[in-house]
Design a protein. Structure first.
Lengths: 408, 175
């Protein structure tokens, strides 16, 4: 972590390589000797799970691309050919489709862990912002992948999402036409979405490298939220973090496999098994579950432009979180008031997700407005003020002290 | 760590083995679909079913080309001269010795059916060309005779014969 690695391989071939390319030293210092706080809990394993999911999505995606045809007349059919004719095509497609859902589940666990334990605070602001960028890229990638199936939900998702940009005053329509490459969503749109859907995961992988780099500069945060001070506060990455990450990865894969093998279409919408029809919009349009909270925010605002602004702000605001939270105490363990507001935020986000799947009428609209208000108030009012007024609990002197106190 | 007791060791060992076993089995299992998906799919295999070819329209001396399993199949209606040429060869002197009788079906000497893919590197030889009235491969100059046997050039083997049978005197079924 500090200075060049002192690692010396014992194998002579590796010694030869190490002098010319110190890659085994890099791996050793990053994943073997790397000091991790000794009090990390299972919420810290989602970073590894997310890397695994990115890998799974890239591998299954490359395989699906071998069988998929990005053309309006053939796309839906080629997906059905994957499901029926290609050897294990059904498995690979279900792995990819449910993999996206598992990926988002893990990223939400990862984000909320960061928020609960204040992982975004100094000196980890850049690490956090890189994470927000990864999340944005994931949303764009997931959306475009959903369009490729070219079912009814795909087509109308593409129409609705691209039309968000039509809210921009003056140049909105020009931008939307440019996004489409035509007068409506059509073959050029499908082709460019396919190209970008293949490209963006590699862009994500690139930002992940920066994310991990930034992580290894600042070191990991931990449940106590105090920095490691001595060797007593840390344990080496291997075997402690390796086994912890590996164990939860395997458990995560078991849940993933349960979805893939037993309820592969549970999270999907049946209308997406109807080929895209530009002449008929389905009676009920809902995005995938992982976008529902944002969809609810969009519909909660009764003005087109303001709704779109609220939608994008709800994501963009995350990038400013390190400065909106004025408290110096990181972990919610020592912030009794913050903890309550945090769990209210979780309620609001899950509530918005539920409301996003409901028709925009009656009580649903009112609730969506309440939760939307709270979502923004959390970032813009609660966090800035809480840092000034909250009486926090005393912080432990060190990580080992907090661990030993808990044991006693 | 000094605080680690032997009980912790046992639990960690168990987790190591359990995690490793489930992870290894899962990873190995997932290799099957990842490899298998590149093999021909069900529609490709279905499209490779046998095809029937009517020989009646093929004039004496004519060579037609049909496709079976995406491979070009040459059907040669040989003249008496072609058959004699093919039969009057010292089989022992050929690079890939095979008598003409093994290249055709008994009683159907006039019909030569073969896969039109050069045994050198897979090009399609041109019919009615070369020094032996058979085929000439434009890629590297291999020459085949009127029984489709290699006579000259870099190809190591005779042109292969597809599986086929006579359904009637004027109809064959390839595959």
């Amino acid at each position: 972590m500090s200075g060049p690695s002192t690692y010396q391989p014992t194998n002579r071939a590796l010694q030869w390589l190490e002098k010319r390319l110190p890659i085994s030293g890099l791996i050793h210092s990053s994943f073997i000797a790397y000091p991790t706080p000794r009090n990390l809990n299972y919420w810290w394993t989602f970073g590894g799970i997310l890397s695994m999911m990115l890998g799974i999505q890239i591998i299954t995606g490359i395989v699906l691309a071998m069988h998929y045809t990005p053309h309006v007349d053939l796309a839906f059919k080629s997906v059905e050919i994957i499901m029926r004719d290609v050897n294990y095509g059904w498995l690979l497609r279900y792995l990819h489709a449910n993999g996206a859902a598992m990926f988002f589940f893990a990223v939400y666990a990862h984000i909320f862990r960061g928020m609960y334990y204040g992982s975004y605070k100094e000196p980890r602001e850049v690490l956090w912002i890189l994470g927000v960028i990864i999340y944005l890229l994931m949303m764009a990638t997931g959306f475009m992948g959903y369009v490729l199936v070219w079912g009814q939900m795909s087509f109308w998702a593409a129409t609705v999402i691209t039309n968000l940009f039509s809210a921009i005053p003056g140049i909105g329509d020009t931008i939307v036409t440019w996004l489409w490459g035509g007068y409506a969503v059509g073959n050029p749109t499908l082709n460019r979405f396919y190209s970008l859907h293949y490209l963006l995961p590699f862009a994500i992988a690139g930002v992940v490298v920066l994310h991990v780099w930034a992580l290894h500069v600042a070191g990991q945060n931990n449940p106590a939220g105090v920095e490691p001070k001595s060797d007593k506060d840390t344990v080496p990455f291997t075997p402690y973090a390796t086994i912890k990450d590996g164990f939860l990865m395997v458990c995560f894969c078991l849940v993933y496999a349960w979805f893939v093998f037993y309820i592969p279409n549970y999270l999907g919408h049946p209308d997406n098994y109807i080929p895209a029809n530009p002449a008929v919009t389905p009676a009920e349009i809902v995005p995938e579950w992982y976008y529902l909270p944002f969809y609810a925010i969009l519909r909660a605002i009764p003005n087109k432009l303001l709704g779109v602004i609220a939608l994008f702000s709800s994501i963009g605001i995350l990038a400013f979180l390190p400065w909106l939270d004025t408290s110096k105490v990181r972990s919610a363990r020592y912030r009794p008031l913050y903890r309550q507001f945090f769990w209210l935020l979780i309620v609001a986000c899950i509530g918005l997700g539920w409301l996003g799947s409901k028709p925009p009428e009656g009580i649903y609209v009112i609730l969506a407005r309440v939760f939307t208000f709270y979502y923004f108030a959390y970032f813009l009012i609660v966090l800035p003020l809480l840092g000034l007024f909250e009486k926090t609990k005393p912080l432990p002197n060190s990580i080992s002290e907090s661990v030993l106190q808990a044991k006693a | 760590m000094t605080t680690v007791s032997s009980a912790d060791h046992t639990r960690r060992d168990f987790l190591y083995i359990a995690t490793g076993a489930v992870g290894a089995v899962g990873t190995a299992a997932v290799l099957v679909p990842l490899i298998s998906q590149m093999n021909p799919d069900a529609s490709t295999i279905a499209a490779g079913a046998p095809v029937e070819i009517d020989l009646a329209p093929i004039a004496e001396g004519q060579i037609i080309k049909v496709f079976w399993r995406s491979k070009p199949i040459y059907i040669f209606h040989r003249t008496k001269k072609d058959i004699e040429e093919a039969q009057n060869v010292n089989v022992g002197s050929l690079p890939d010795p095979e008598p003409d009788s093994e290249r055709v079906k008994p009683g159907h000497d006039q019909w030569l059916v073969l896969i039109g893919i050069c045994t050198h590197l897979g090009c399609i030889p041109l019919a009615h060309q070369g020094d032996y009235d058979g085929w000439f491969c434009p890629c590297h100059g291999s020459q085949y005779d009127t029984a489709g046997r290699i006579r000259k050039g870099p190809a190591p083997k005779n042109l292969p014969l597809p599986p086929y049978a006579f359904v009637s005197d004027t109809k064959i079924k390839i595959g």
